[in-house]
Design a protein around this ligand. Structure first.
Ligand SMILES: Nc1nc2c(ncn2[C@@H]2O[C@H](COP(=O)(O)OP(=O)(O)OP(=O)(O)O)[C@@H](O)[C@H]2O)c(=O)[nH]1
Length: 333
């Protein structure tokens, strides 16, 4: 590291007699903070007397500065601020701290923006008059760059955590849907529908509400598979599911029971109401897909213990609808 003329300052010569000279010397030469000594020549009249290597690395060699007045070296706004602080330290005769920001010219002649936190210590002669000021400045721009770096790093981490959490939530939601939905029609699968249906049955008993279960089977579905292939059959199943979902109420539960059979559980619905819905469904399906369906509707009775009891009745009625010529609704009032 380039060494400065430690002895250029008279005041440092005086300090050299002190037992702490070695320590001060090392600090001056190797401390990463900026150090400088200003001679007080009168109010608002300050002359640079010495600068440590750290400060010279930023501003330029000592030769450029030593013996120069502050206003010869710094641009006006920065200079006025610094002189005000130097004056304040002289007047109060004790160390002061201050923070300053502003433009300066670096050792390469380039205009830079600086931000320093400075400690100014007055040095007095034997009569107690402040003859010099010793300054130690911390370059805050480096610090704020580092802080900005760590801030953006933590922001990036936070962003990734959010992203990962969103992915996990989405994956979890997908798993839940896979567990409860029929892969083809996206209506509920049989197991989940039966679980929900048991709850609805308990609720209907408890609040003495009506409850209907509709079982629906596509007529001659096998022919679609046989003539158009399984993909055409799959598409027909999806169409029927879409139509059912668009026709029933939001609180109705729709699921594929198996093959081309669907179950629709309708809370707070009488057999008449369910029949109306079934008729509407038949009409829409016939208009949009040309498919017909046979329907069996069972309504909740006091003898029912479980949903399978209702399913059994609806299934029997559905079979009856098939036997009676298909595209029919059979309902036990
Ligand atoms: N494409 C497709 N076909 C299926 C699926 N599940 C079952 N099937 C077919 O659906 C047909 C069910 O036919 P059935 O209900 O027994 O008979 P149908 O032709 O509909 O005659 P009816 O019900 O008596 O009117 C069979 O050919 C099954 O192979 C599926 O997920 N996709």
């Amino acid at each position: 590291m380039h060494k400065t003329s430690w002895m250029t300052s008279n005041i440092l010569n005086r300090l050299s007699a002190n037992a702490g000279m070695l320590l001060l010397h090392s600090l001056w030469e190797y401390c990463p903070e900026h150090m400088f000594i200003v001679r007080v020549e009168g109010p608002t009249n300050f002359v640079i007397e010495a600068m440590n290597p750290t400060r010279q690395a930023m501003f330029g060699d000592e030769a450029t500065f030593i013996g120069k007045r502050i206003e010869q070296l710094l641009p006006a706004p920065m200079c006025h601020g610094l002189i005000a602080n130097l004056n304040r330290c002289v007047e109060c005769g004790s160390p002061i701290r201050y923070e300053e920001q502003g433009g300066y010219i670096d050792r390469g002649g380039i205009c830079q923006h600086g931000h320093w936190q400075t400690l100014l210590v007055p040095i007095t002669d034997q009569e107690g008059a402040v003859t010099h000021l010793f300054g130690v400045s911390r370059d805050m721009s480096l610090l704020s760059e580092k802080m900005a770096g760590s801030y953006s790093h933590s922001q990036e981490l936070e962003r990734r955590v959010h992203e990962r959490t969103a992915e996990l939530v989405a994956a979890n939601e997908k798993l839940t849907q896979l567990a409860i939905r029929d892969y083809l029609t996206e209506t509920y699968n049989r197991r989940y529908l039966l679980e929900l249906a048991e709850l609805e049955l308990r609720r209907a008993f408890r609040y003495e509400q009506s409850l209907c279960l509709m079982m629906l089977d596509i007529d001659h579905f096998k022919e679609i598979n046989d003539t158009g292939g399984h993909l055409a059959g799959d598409e027909a199943l999806r169409n029927v599911a879409r139509t059912i979902l668009a026709t029933v109420r939001e609180c109705d539960l729709v699921g594929r029971y198996g093959g081309d059979e669907f179950l629709i559980l309708m809370p707070e619905t009488t057999a008449d109401g369910a029949k109306e819905i079934a008729e509407r469904l038949q009409r829409t399906l016939n208009q949009t897909t040309r498919l017909t369906v046979s329907v069996g509707i069972a309504s909740l009775t006091h003898e029912d213990r479980f949903v399978v009891d209702m399913i059994h009745r609806a299934d029997t009625l559905l079979l009856q609808a098939k036997r009676n010529g298909r595209n029919r609704i059979e309902c036990a009032i």
